[in-house]
Write a protein that binds this ligand. Sequence first.
Ligand SMILES: Cc1cc2nc3c(=O)[nH]c(=O)nc-3n(C[C@H](O)[C@H](O)[C@H](O)COP(=O)(O)OP(=O)(O)OC[C@H]3O[C@@H](n4cnc5c(N)ncnc54)[C@H](O)[C@@H]3O)c2cc1C
Length: 421
Amino acid sequence: MAEPARYDIAIVGASIAGCAAAIFFARNGARVALIERDPDLLAYKKLCTHTIQSSATPTLRRLGLTQALDEAGAIRHDAEFHTKWGVIQSATSADYGYNIRRSTLDPLMRRRAITTSGVGYFRGCSVRGLVETNGRVGGVTLVRHQGAEETVLARLVVGADGRNSTVAQLAGMPARAAPNGRIGYFAQYRNLPLPAGARSQMWFLEPDVACVFPSDDDVTVVTAMPSRDRIAEWKSDPEGALRRLFAGLPNAPRLDEGERVTPIMGVLEYPNLSRKAFKPGVALIGDAALCIDPVWAIGCGWALQSAEWLADAVGAAFEDEVEIDQRLALYGRRRRALSGHRCLINDFSSGRPFNLAERLMIAAAARDPACADHFVAFGSRSIGAAQFLRPSALARALWVNARHTLAPPRPAASAAGRTLN
Ligand SMILES: Cc1cc2nc3c(=O)[nH]c(=O)nc-3n(C[C@H](O)[C@H](O)[C@H](O)COP(=O)(O)OP(=O)(O)OC[C@H]3O[C@@H](n4cnc5c(N)ncnc54)[C@H](O)[C@@H]3O)c2cc1C
């Protein structure tokens, strides 16, 4: 076996979390080994509907990627939400997210990461083991595509290797699972006429959910997340089920007016997984740390943000193992901002309809611009669960709903404002 290579940081996985972390760490002056099992530089994540929430837009700006996203044709994401109380739409649009296909985004980010000074790219290398030094993790062993085994020593190993993280398994960081009561089906359509233009759309059908995400290159991602008890219907005829669903939605595109350019992909088992995100010598980011119901399209944003939080927490301390381990606790504290989201998302993913608090807030958001902004800030994960349900927001929602109930009936709604039954 060759002499071990020595780096400050070894990052396992060169998808969006790993590439973002590599850029941030290298900018701090660290020598970074970025290790990816897929030898294809154009590889991308297939199971994704390509929306990055606006909570991650500041991270994308810091990475210096927003201009490249615009040039690649990314659509600036803001959304309208169809509910049985009416349509929720942000009045102010404080910030926007991005809709960009992973076939565009992943190679773009990988190119940026591996051309960043200080990053060494281990292409087509699968991590199979961890090296232990001084009672803590101190590197990885990997197998090259051609079969040769190598060791990379590093003061910090970062698991950015996705939902089934090998790093987490090897480091003894088990996942806690919560069931998901919905299944998912999605496909890409080209030249699909969109009643809401470039705006993303989401329909809450309680318990089913449907979405449309206009994306780069005139491609629109069409998604359905039906309740698991409809699995037989969807499995036997996904195309028919998708068409029937969208034909019955207000202000929705008619799928036969566009050209479907991918197979309809089905996701039948996707329990929510979460792991403790660090231990001495190891940190997990992205899906490796938290992989949660795709209904809310938050995994990409959190993959980028968690990479930023980790690199910021470690800062320039990457030469001292003791200090690195102390600083991992800062990363853990930063991640606590996601706990409220995780609890609410886990609970909603049981496939239940909205609970009382959600009905209060969502009905008010459909009726009042300030409540709509508040709901959109929460849905885009720019504010946490505690802020979403803070007393003043609950009070305003109560007042809005009471005023609506007492008001005389309004004239018939427009097509766009038509409510779900
Ligand atoms: C149906 C569906 C739709 C989704 N839609 C959205 C959406 O619209 N918006 C959103 O924000 N999120 C969405 N997500 C979630 C999103 O795709 C993930 O959260 C995101 O891709 C996580 O990125 P990551 O970099 O952490 O992991 P991944 O993208 O999974 O990357 C892991 C990388 O690690 C590499 N790797 C794995 N093991 C090893 C190893 N042993 N050695 C070396 N390399 C290794 C892999 O090859 C891969 O490149 C969706 C998920 C699903 C299932």
